[in-house]
Design a protein around this ligand. Sequence first.
Ligand code: XMP
Length: 311
Amino acid sequence: MILKPEIFIKEQVEYIKNKVGRGIAICATSGGVDSMVCAAIAHRALGRNLIALFIDDGLMRAGEAKQVTRILKKLGIRTAVVNAASDFFKALKGKTDPEDMRKAFRDTFYKTLGRAVKEFRANFLIQGTIAADIKETKGKIKSQHNVLSQIGINPEKYGLSIIEPLVKLYKPDVRKIGRALGLPESVYQRMPFPGPGLATRVVGEVTPERVKIVRKATAIVEKELKRFKPFQAFAVLLNDRATGIVKGKRAFGNIIVIRSVDSRDAITAQPSKIPFEVLMKIQKKIIRQIPQVTKVLYDLSPKPPSTIEYI
Ligand code: XMP
């Protein structure tokens, strides 16, 4: 079926209006394409009865919290910020198994959301779940943080009804809706960024120090690869270490992986063909700017058998 953005938006706005009535809805908005599009549709339907909640989980990219809240406010969307970084790091402490990490993230996310729901007396939660999230969770590939029913979370336990306007769409269509809504191109063309944030790019324990390393490396990778327009490009911190030489002395340093993939819908992906000189430039910058890192690798794996993220 061919998507007609204007009609889709009109239908969803009507649906949300009817469902929420005079109630209050919260949309957890990370700044990603899906949640921003969702918040913008819900804002059309509900005006000030929609609250975009930005949960600062300490796992965002450099400058992201400020950037996202600025855009939301500019769009006239009522925005609230919760600073919950310490709760997330506490929950992730000592966890190294990917699904344990995802569960810890998810539990903290919904606890934080539950508190906000009470505070704002909200009765509806608007989520940016898309078709790919459902497909991957159903296929037991990864338990995506937002697929509630499939991961055994009963929303009623949190006092909520869930509305998922984008659940039938894949990423390219979500971008079309974003454009039709008049969102800035920087929003609807944004690279996907997973709900659990940089935690999906830290192999092993997620600590503030380790997130700091991957955040710095991610900023370098994103900046240098932007012009190649990859589907996603980022850095990953491995759990292993490797011997290197720092200031003339032996150092047992960290390993950063550069990951860049081309894809249409995230279901399959190919490694981007990045010129070697560009990879070398990134390597140099990472090693120079992050002294804890002694090795930089480029990931050549397609999906499948690999996945895009690392946990
Ligand atoms: P994988 O790593 O499974 O990722 O190949 C496929 C796409 O989904 C994103 N991703 C997530 N998005 N919550 C999200 O909202 C999640 O828990 C999550 N895990 C992975 C990933 O960035 C890629 O675009």
